[in-house]
Ligand binder design. Sequence first.
Ligand code: ATR
Length: 272
Amino acid sequence: NDLYAVVGHPISHSKSPRIHSLFAEQTGQALEYTAIQAPLEDFAGTVNTFFNRGGKGLNVTVPFKEEAWNLVEERTPAADAAGAVNTLYRDDQQRLCGDNTDGPGLVRDLTVNHGLDLKDKSILVLGAGGAVRGILAPLIAQQPLRIVVANRTPSKAEKLAGLFAGPLPIRGCGFDEVEDTFDLVINGTSASLQGDLPPLSPGIIGPKTVSYDMMYGPELTPFNRWASDQGAGQVIDGLGMLVEQAAESFARWRGIRPDTSLVMEALRDRVG
Ligand code: ATR
């Protein structure tokens, strides 16, 4: 069987092995997918050993996505823009290549799974770390009206907005500078990990606002709970994004796209 894995630190809670095993079963692909914890100081060595032993592909997760971006010899345009790599493979000349499927996974979850049309919509993105950088180009490609990136450290949001400046208006600022109501609010901060909520004006949420938290869990995330309390029209968590980014990686490796809805149901039963 062809061998794949997810590499991170820590890794024991990763759902990727289960997701990819379900994909493989469903599409009849003979592959094995495991989880590898790389030592913090030897990500590169872990990756090289894996491929030198015949491994076919790796997913990369926290905290190695930026390091993976630096390590690869070739990058897809998506990975290049994201500044981070979550999918590794070797091409036919044995060069290490990197893709990033997080942003496409998010957009696919929003547009296909939830049927949202992002064209001409106003989007607020919270956070300015690696997770947010990875989603901006795919969001811009949907031609929204504008994007505001708000962050605890405003200068990081301004810098990120500058990086993606183009025909589409994109502005970076602090949380306290955001007052308008948005069509879509995406929480890409890691605040929930500390049980925190970004300090936001309730006015950003209206009855038609869709709130999307890139985190997920058995219960509403703190951010989606807050958005729901402010009267958001719809709240969505990041489980769909997780499954869709996995499907994009699977497709890149195997040339076949699994049906994600069945896998989503299987996971939701477990999570919920
Ligand atoms: P990731 O790869 O998950 O994006 P990261 O690059 O460390 O991780 O970025 C974490 C993001 O969550 C940042 O935008 C961070 O804000 P700062 O840039 O000001 O550090 C944000 N964040 C983390 N903890 C937060 C909290 N308690 N409240 C609000 N924002 C928080």
